[in-house]
Design a protein around this ligand. Structure first.
Ligand SMILES: [Mg+2]
Length: 389
C-alpha cells in the first residue's frame, strides 16, 4: 500500500468565533489517501490553514514531498524518518503539530488495514491485575472524561454563576469530573470558584482548576494554592507560562496539589523537562499537537516511570477526542481525559462532531470498537461548515 496524497479542508463555526467561549475556530481537517482506497483522518488544532497545506499538501510541501508515493509500513516508521529529516530544519512548533496530525491519520489507516481499533495496535488496554478491582478484569473497561467548564465572559459574577450552573447541568447528566477556569480573574475569584464548585458538586466529584498561565510570580500562585488545598483539588493547571520549569518547581515544593501542564507542549522532551525540573505530575498532551499517538505512547512510558499521570488534553473537537480515547485506553496512567461538552456551549459544529463520536453515558465513554480511530466526517457536514480559507 502506498500513500497517494494529503488533503486539507477547513471547517469552523465562523471566522470571528471566540474559541475561548466554546466555538470551533477555523480547524484544518487532514485526510490522507492511499492507493488501496483506505483513508485516514485527523484535525489540526490551532494550525493556520496555510501552514497545514505547506506542510502536507502536494509534492512541494514539507512532509507531503517525503510521503506521497511512499510505501506504507507503520506509523512509527514514518514518524521516525520524518522527524530525523527535520534535524537540520525545524524540530518543534507547527511542524510538530503537522507531523502529529499526520501520525494520527496514519494510525487511522493502519487500524483500518488491520481491522482493529488503534488502541489495540498501540498495545491494548491491558491493566495490572493487582491494580484493578477484579482479579478477572485485566483490561480497562471504559474511559472517564472530565468536563472543562468556562464562562461566556470573565467578569467575576459571570465566572462564579455560569460556571457553577454548567457544573450542575453536567453533574445531573452523570459527569463525575470537572475542571473550572479562573482565566483573566483575580486570585480571590479563583479561590471562590473552587470553593463554590466543591460545595455544589459534593465530595465525590473530581475537581481541578485551570488559571490559563494567569500568574507571573510565585507568591500569587502560592496564595491561591494554599487557600484551595482544603477543597481537594485534583490538579492546578498552568499557573505560570511554561517556558521555564523554575516557577513550577518552587510551587511544587510548597503545595500538595499536583501541578499540570502540556496542552500546547511538543514532544516527550518538554514533558521530561517539566516533570524532572518543574515538579509537574500531571501531563496533558493533545495527541495531535504534541507529536501524534506515536510520540504520546513514548510520553506514557516516561510519565509512568516517574509516577506521574498523563491526562490527554482537548479544548478542540471530538475528532481529537476520539484519538485521545485510544491513548487513554492504552495508557495505564490516564484515569481521565479532557472533554469539552457541547451541550453547555453555543457551538453548532462542536455539537455535530460530538454526536459523531462515542457518547458519554453516565459519565463514561466506552472503549473504541471500530477499526482505526473510529470517526468519519460526512460530506454534508463539511459542506455546511466549510470555511473558504
Ligand atoms: Mg488550559
Amino acid at each position: 500500500m502506498k500513500i497517494t496524497g494529503c488533503e486539507i479542508v477547513v471547517i469552523g463555526d465562523g471566522r470571528e468565533v471566540d474559541p475561548d467561549l466554546g466555538g470551533v475556530e477555523p480547524l484544518p481537517i487532514l485526510t490522507v489517501q492511499t492507493d488501496e482506497g483506505i483513508t485516514g483522518l485527523s484535525e489540526m488544532f490551532r494550525v493556520p490553514p496555510g501552514v497545514a497545506r505547506s506542510a502536507l499538501v502536494g509534492m512541494d510541501s514539507f512532509f507531503g514531498s517525503q510521503i506521497i508515493g511512499a510505501k506504507f509500513v507503520t506509523p512509527e516508521a514514518i514518524w521516525n524518518r520524518l522527524y530525523e529529516n527535520m534535524l537540520h530544519s525545524n524540530r518543534r512548533g507547527w511542524a510538530m503539530r503537522c507531523l502529529g496530525a499526520l501520525d494520527i491519520a496514519l494510525w487511522d489507516i493502519f487500524g483500518k488495514l488491520i481491522e482493529q481499533p488503534v488502541y489495540e495496535l498501540l498495545g491494548g488496554a491491558e491493566r495490572n491485575p493487582f491494580q484493578t478491582d477484579s482479579s478477572k478484569r485485566h483490561r480497562a473497561s471504559d474511559l472517564t472524561p472530565y468536563a472543562t467548564i468556562v464562562s461566556d465572559t470573565w467578569e467575576r459574577k459571570v465566572v462564579l454563576n455560569q460556571q457553577i450552573e454548567r457544573c450542575e447541568t453536567l453533574a445531573q447528566e452523570g459527569y463525575r469530573a470537572f475542571k473550572v477556569e479562573a482565566m483573566h480573574s483575580s486570585l480571590q475569584t479563583a479561590v471562590d470558584l473552587v470553593r463554590e464548585a466543591r460545595r455544589t458538586l459534593g465530595t465525590d466529584a473530581v475537581l481541578a482548576l485551570d488559571v490559563g498561565y494567569g500568574y507571573n510570580d510565585h507568591a500569587s500562585a502560592l496564595w491561591v494554592s494554599e487557600r484551595i488545598e482544603q477543597f481537594d483539588v485534583y490538579f492546578f493547571e498552568t499557573p505560570f507560562a511554561v517556558d521555564s520549569p523554575v516557577p513550577y518547581a518552587r510551587l511544587a515544593d510548597k503545595t500538595s496539589i499536583p501541578l499540570a501542564m502540556g496542552e500546547h507542549a511538543c514532544c516527550r522532551w518538554e514533558f521530561v523537562e517539566m516533570m524532572d525540573q518543574g515538579g509537574v505530575t500531571v501531563c496533558q498532551p493533545y495527541s495531535s499537537n504534541s507529536g501524534g499517538l506515536t510520540e504520546c505512547k513514548r510520553i506514557v512510558e516516561l510519565v509512568r516511570s516517574r509516577g506521574a499521570l498523563l491526562i490527554p488534553g482537548n479544548w478542540s473537537t471530538q475528532i481529537l477526542g476520539m484519538a485521545n480515547n485510544h491513548l487513554a485506553a492504552y495508557s495505564p496512567v490516564s484515569p481521565y481525559m479532557e472533554y469539552s461538552p457541547a451541550q453547555v456551549y453555543a457551538s453548532p459544529l462542536r455539537a455535530e462532531l460530538q454526536a459523531l463520536a462515542t457518547p458519554v453515558v453516565d459519565g463514561k465513554i466506552a472503549l473504541p470498537n471500530k477499526p482505526g480511530i473510529g470517526i468519519e466526517i460526512p460530506d454534508d457536514l463539511i459542506d455546511r461548515f466549510r470555511l473558504d480559507m
